[in-house]
Design a protein around this ligand. Structure first.
Ligand SMILES: C[S@@+](CC[C@H](N)C(=O)[O-])C[C@H]1O[C@@H](n2cnc3c(N)ncnc32)[C@H](O)[C@@H]1O
Length: 235
């Protein structure tokens, strides 16, 4: 669920879980809102700090991140559905620019944070029926969300279903260099951990093959502040 490449590799002092406490996405976003850190761990034991400040956005994020976010926003000039919107920085910003935007997230806290900052969002699984399917000009997969569920082809096929004719999928991918890395990861804080779940890291090098696999074609790849923004249009 997370753009592993973005987070700092945590010094290995963080560690081991304490007493079996678990953490949900909602609790994780509550921590993010308080500026508290969270980590993601893969099965091999590697640990990354999650880029929560970036997801919260605004003054919490770096100047570099805001530059890359602006590139994403410029790629969404028309009605946009933001799949896995998190705290909703894109959904809310598009709304403030009078661009129709809908955020979708499974986390109630993520949806609440999106609504609180002026965006429109629904609590739903992106694979379940969604409003205005087949009529969205942009489908946004920010922060590595193409990796949701560990199956980027399934996510991209879902995105294609939601697109209007001549619509564009805007997806953030890792730096070129590897194809698709399937992982099992979990969230961690100093007090608790989440359940293990499948996630895929997708490099921009895999964009053309993934797009072809679902009847899309890559029309643009831009790297801003080490973030790779890939636009894929219907063929
Ligand atoms: C990497 S975070 C994205 C953060 C977000 N793009 C942002 O701007 O802050 C992934 C998000 O996807 C959501 N998510 C993961 N799987 C989902 C699914 N199947 N349906 C809906 N939301 C999902 C998680 O709850 C989480 O908020």
């Amino acid at each position: 669920m997370y753009d592993l490449s973005a987070g700092r590799k945590a010094p290995f002092v963080v560690p081991a879980r304490r007493g079996g406490a678990t953490i949900s996405m909602d609790a994780l976003y509550r921590r993010a809102a308080e500026g508290l850190p969270c980590w993601i761990r893969d099965r091999a034991g590697s640990l990354w700090e999650m880029p929560l400040n970036r997801w919260i956005g605004g003054t919490a994020s770096s100047k570099q991140d805001r530059r890359a976010d602006e590139q994403i926003l410029l790629a969404c000039p028309g009605p946009t559905i933001d799949l896995g919107c998190g705290p909703g920085r894109f959904t809310a910003e598009l709304a403030s620019r009078d661009t129709p935007a809908l955020g979708v997230d499974m986390s109630a806290m993520a949806v609440e944070m999106t609504l609180r900052r002026g965006g429109v969002a629904i609590q739903e699984d992106i694979f379940m029926p969604l409003p205005h399917s087949g009529r969205w000009q942009q489908v946004l997969l920010a922060d590595g969300n193409i990796g949701i569920g560990g199956d980027p082809v399934r996510v991209l096929r879902r995105a294609r279903e939601l697109l209007a004719p001549h619509g564009v999928v805007v997806a953030e991918m890792d730096a070129p260099g590897f194809g698709v890395r399937h992982e099992i990861v979990r969230c961690e804080t100093a007090q608790a951990v989440g359940d293990w779940f499948p996630w895929a890291r997708v490099s921009a090098s895999a964009a053309v093959d993934l797009a072809n696999a679902v009847g899309l074609r890559v029309v643009n790849i831009v790297e801003v502040a080490q973030r790779n923004i890939v636009e894929m249009a219907t063929t």
